[in-house]
Design a protein around this ligand. Structure first.
Ligand code: PHE
Ligand code: ZN
Ligand code: ZN
Ligand code: CA
Length: 472
């Protein structure tokens, strides 16, 4: 984006182009400049991954997993809670990368996503390195910005879109209904740097018209004309739309031909495809229009910055609701923070329900591990209980000495209180339910934390599942 020199000194490239909405008292959110230089560097990375892996980033081939691991590592380093979700396809195992910014109200989730896979015939730089680079760079810029989001931001990088939207379908089908209900908006970006670009805004979801209109007016405010496009089932927002979730997105065009009217308003070549290299081996690092990419990624930033602050109404959950998000760990690390790898679907230990659980310790070495989640306990509570299911197996043989422990703690600002300690002496290879009183924390936002500690030898495994915190 063109940048005024006056604002060029601002740390994360924020440009003060906030426009106050007439008649609105809401504080307008500054529109960020998402760096096209950084997004282009991500595309160079995708190209080099393809080049060193047989020329593609196709599902089931090494270039795809390398892409997923690289995206995940960037998000991990920025402070995201990430999850590599694997699923099988006819072409081999594929993966979604899910990243959540662990701040803001988890009852209101704003998502943006893009497919990360290419077709088998080429490196997939415009389709869909561009959407992935744009979503990734927006996520990284948000993390670096020091923004304090009202809502929870989540980013999805889908596998196997080219095989029939498989990754996004797998993700939504494996989300518990309560988690689906929390997704307020899903924004999709699939091909946003087409060499002969159009500026299309998805218009295929009546539930998503608010975001569609915000995208359109954003572009209008930048003097960029847009056209609506009915994308229907052609990209990953379809899986979300099918659940009744609001969706929107942008697109710079694929195999379709630019008309002369479009060339007049957008430039480029009439009578030629928006992307002549669509699904071909020439969809490489030269198959880009960086002006299109630059404008579109700024639109992603505009939407994320604004929807992060959108007021979705009361956040006080109904009495008796489980206040813990992802309580049975079936969405992997989503909503939880702590030691990497604690949340697992390893078959070496059974889950209480589903396949995932939190497996603390079991190393047989001097180590500590932790896992936590921030929870707001309503001030109106007259009862508040934390419950969990725990399974403990150990190779310690003592019946009197505590060697290895897991503590259930409440972190309230600088004060950490241990509610219960379980040890090798509490060995039980069938799950046992424990219930602890947390009413003392009503009206506070605290972190519920599990802290595992082991001594130098003989393992003890503390496996926790189906955590609940209910207030009445
Ligand atoms: N989903 C298509 C692909 O990956 C591209 C596309 C996106 C086509 C949006 C139409 C609209 O090949
Ligand atoms: Zn494609
Ligand atoms: Zn695509
Ligand atoms: Ca589980």
């Amino acid at each position: 984006m063109l940048k005024s020199p006056l604002y060029g000194v601002l740390g994360v490239g924020l440009v003060a182009t906030a426009v106050l909405v007439p008649g609105s008292s809401a504080q307008a959110v500054e529109s960020p400049d998402i760096s096209v230089t950084n997004a282009k560097a991500h595309l160079d990375q995708f190209q080099s991954i393809a080049t060193s892996n047989g020329g593609n980033r196709y599902t089931g081939r090494p270039g795809y997993l390398a892409s997923a691991n690289w995206v995940k590592s960037k998000l991990d380093a920025a402070g995201y809670t990430t999850f590599l979700q694997s699923f099988s396809t006819s072409a081999g195992t594929s993966y979604n990368v899910i990243a959540e910014w662990p701040h803001g109200d988890a009852n209101h989730v704003v998502m943006a996503g893009s497919h990360l896979d290419s077709v088998s015939s080429g490196p997939g730089i415009n389709d869909n390195g561009t959407g992935s680079a744009g979503v990734l760079e927006t996520a990284l810029a948000y993390a670096a910005s020091g923004q304090n989001p009202k809502n929870r931001l989540r980013f999805g990088f889908w596998g196997a879109e080219e095989l029939g939207l498989l990754g996004s379908k797998y993700y939504v089908n494996n989300l518990p209904a309560a988690e689906r209900d929390k997704i307020e908006l899903y924004l999709n970006f699939d091909m946003i740097g087409s060499p002969n670009p159009g500026y299309f805004v998805y218009n295929d979801n009546p539930a998503g018209n608010g975001a569609r209109d915000d995208l359109t007016s954003y572009f209008t405010g930048k003097s960029i004309q847009t056209e609506y496009i009915d994308v229907q089932g052609r990209s990953d927002h379809a899986a979300f739309r099918a659940l009744g979730i609001a969706t929107a997105g942008t697109f710079s065009g694929a195999e379709g031909t630019k008309t002369s009217a479009q060339a007049a308003k957008w430039g480029g070549t009439a009578g030629q495809a928006y992307d002549p290299c669509y699904h071909r081996s020439c969809d490489n690092i030269n198959n880009l229009n960086l002006t299109s990419l630059d404008r579109q990624i700024d639109a992603i930033g505009h939407m994320i910055w604004n929807y992060a602050q959108k007021e979705y109404g009361s956040t006080e959950p109904p009495a008796g609701d489980n206040l813990i998000q992802n309580p049975g760990f079936e969405s992997g690390a989503v909503n939880w923070t702590g030691t990497t790898g604690v949340i697992t679907n390893s078959t070496s230990r059974p889950a209480h329900a589903g396949t995932y659980k939190a497996w603390l310790q079991g190393n047989g070495r001097t180590t500590t591990e932790n896992l936590g989640q921030s929870v707001a306990i309503p001030s109106s509570a007259t009862a508040a209980a934390l419950s969990l299911w725990i399974r403990i197996d150990t190779t310690e043989t003592t019946t009197s000495t505590v060697y290895d422990t897991v503590k259930v703690q409440v972190v309230d600002g600088a004060t950490t209180t241990t509610l219960a300690t379980y040890s090798n002496l509490n060995k039980s290879t069938s799950y046992v339910q424990k219930t602890l009183n947390v009413l003392a924390y009503k009206g506070k936002t605290v972190t519920i934390r599990f802290l595992g500690q082991e001594d130098s030898s003989l393992q003890t495994s503390f496996v926790i599942d189906d955590v609940a915190l209910t207030a009445n």
